[in-house]
Write a protein of this length. Structure first.
Length: 144
């Protein structure tokens, strides 16, 4: 695997969690949550700025698959979002590689971990998408 920073995206209709690794791909850091309800252009602009500032080489996207590994309506929404993001980045001169990673159970694992820390429902929701992105990236890097 080529070294360099990787951005992970956990796409959801209400929130998009972000995480990044360092150049050595040994450490993963949460980078917050974006709100797609305010429109995709501001989300794309923030991702573009982040990718440029951090010199991201690759974008790993959590792909929600069904229990049998099949594509679902949410899988189609994620693919559509990523196609639009990729086009936006290319139009703005930034062309990282994109990789999909099965995100099965990452939101459940994130919620369970936050519950184990003693956070209540509304507090957990605040961090769940960012933690899911962290888990997606750790899974991709085989750090789990």
């Amino acid at each position: 695997m080529q070294k360099g920073k990787i951005l992970a995206i956990d796409y959801g209709l209400a929130a998009i969690g972000l995480a990044i690794c360092d150049d050595s791909q040994q450490f993963v850091f949460g980078k917050g949550v974006l709100n797609p309800l305010k429109g995709l252009k501001p989300v794309f602009e923030k991702i573009l700025k982040f990718c440029r500032d951090e010199q991201v080489q690759t974008v790993v996207v959590g792909l929600p698959l069904g229990s049998e590994g099949e594509e679902t309506p949410q899988t189609a929404r994620v693919r559509k979002f990523i196609t639009k993001l990729e086009d936006f980045l290319k139009q703005n001169g930034f062309v990282p590689s994109f990789v999909f990673e099965d995100e099965s159970f990452t939101s459940y694992e994130a919620d369970k971990h936050l519950a184990d820390l003693g956070l209540k429902g509304s507090q957990r929701k605040q961090y769940e998408d960012e933690l899911a992105a962290i888990l997606i990236l750790k899974k991709h890097l085989k750090l789990l």
